[in-house]
Design a protein. Structure first.
Length: 135
């Protein structure tokens, strides 16, 4: 828990490098590490195109993590879409919903239990996926 108070107008920047959950799980905060970006229609997640991301192939990330904190920006196509993210090989859950023609960003924790990250969507949806932390 972090509490900050100021007595007048001030700009405050709080930088967290490590944290612990109430269950004593250690979390390491990283600078954003881009692990997936849909470019020119390539690597666009859809129902038929599940994209596997091996975190260990990116500098600063270990091969196996229990949890990953993600920031996902998705751009809706002609129809609304749900972006589905989770551990490969098991049922993934909806991470965010994006409205047709709109761009949306969502942050959240995803449990990987040492597996790779898989990204899909109900409709073809360009995404940018950044890792913000690991645990």
């Amino acid at each position: 828990k972090v509490c900050v108070s100021v007595s007048s107008n001030a700009k405050v920047k709080v930088t967290v490098r490590r944290a612990w959950t109430s269950g004593d799980r250690r979390i390491t905060v990283t600078d954003p590490i881009k692990v997936l970006e849909s470019i020119d229609g390539r690597k666009v997640p859809s129902r038929a195109n599940v994209i596997r991301v091996q975190l260990g192939s990116f500098e600063g990330l270990p091969r196996r993590v229990g949890y990953v904190l993600l920031s996902v920006t998705a751009t809706g196509g002609e129809e609304n879409s749900s972006v589905v993210i989770g551990r490969c090989g098991v049922r993934r859950t909806r991470f965010m919903t994006v409205t047709a023609g709109q761009q949306s960003t969502q942050e959240g924790w995803v449990r990987l239990r040492g597996g790779d990250l898989c990204v899909s969507a109900s409709k073809p949806t360009p995404v940018v996926v950044n890792v913000l932390g690991i645990g």
